[in-house]
Write a protein that binds this ligand. Structure first.
Ligand SMILES: *Cc1c(COP(=O)(O)O)cnc(C)c1O
Length: 217
């Protein structure tokens, strides 16, 4: 599907939900996609992209940024503490803050670097063992802990379990955000972004619906 079709579907979902058109940001998830496809989307004027791996971004984005300097790239995948510095230099936002050790490292580096990307706290709404994120029951205290470190917490992020109704998880994330006064909600992917918009997503992360299936070959 084209970028403009996805944008149109987002606008329709916003209108249906009584939200302002343009109140949801579309993150085009370009991980693993061929450079030509990413280039096409850049040439259509899109400026917000999502990636999962620090190494992949270090390799491919510096060249794109020379031609498209206003591009923002958000980190969506898990972040190892020893890659935090590199991530803070490469990304304008990190959606996967999920543990005290990482929060402390980012806070220390922010002092040293004099800047910090926007941060989303990932919540493991499905309480899945293999998945990153703080548990819902620990979210309030972790948010408070991050704020005490002066970290710029702009939102919460979740990836619902593949076999469950995503809306239940989007609602839970929204509830946790509301009671903690967190404004941003990073939720919704290719298969369910309209549901996420209906439940208040401020950022949807759409990959394959824009670029086609990923070929991990
Ligand atoms: C890959 C990925 C996406 C995009 O998934 P699609 O199903 O291709 O839209 C969104 N969020 C995260 C965290 C991802 O890893």
């Amino acid at each position: 599907m084209s970028l403009s079709e996805i944008q149109a579907r987002i606008h329709k979902a916003e209108t249906n939900a009584g939200r302002d058109q343009g109140s949801t940001q579309l993150i085009a998830v370009s991980k693993v996609q061929p450079n030509e496809r990413v280039q096409e989307v850049l040439e259509q004027g899109h400026t917000l992209f999502g990636e999962n791996k620090v190494q992949e971004v270090a390799g491919k984005w510096p060249a794109f940024r020379e031609t498209f300097p206003d591009t923002q790239v958000h980190l969506l995948g898990p972040l190892q503490t020893n890659k935090a510095r590199q991530a803070m230099e490469l990304f304008q936002a990190i959606h996967s803050l999920d543990r005290p050790k990482l929060a402390n490292t980012i806070a220390r580096l922010a002092q040293e670097l004099g800047h910090c990307p926007d941060l989303f706290i990932q919540v493991n709404t499905g309480e899945e063992e293999q998945k990153a994120g703080v548990l819902p029951a620990e979210a309030d205290s972790f948010i408070a802990e991050c704020r005490a470190l002066d970290l710029p917490i702009v939102g919460l992020m979740c990836i619902p379990p593949a076999d469950e109704e995503a809306s239940l998880h989007f609602s839970l994330l929204r509830k946790i955000a509301a009671r903690n006064d967190v404004a941003g909600l990073s939720m919704g992917m290719s298969g369910d972004f309209e549901k996420a918009v209906a439940l208040g997503a401020t950022h949807v992360r759409v990959g394959s619906a824009i670029f086609g299936a990923r070929d991990y070959g």
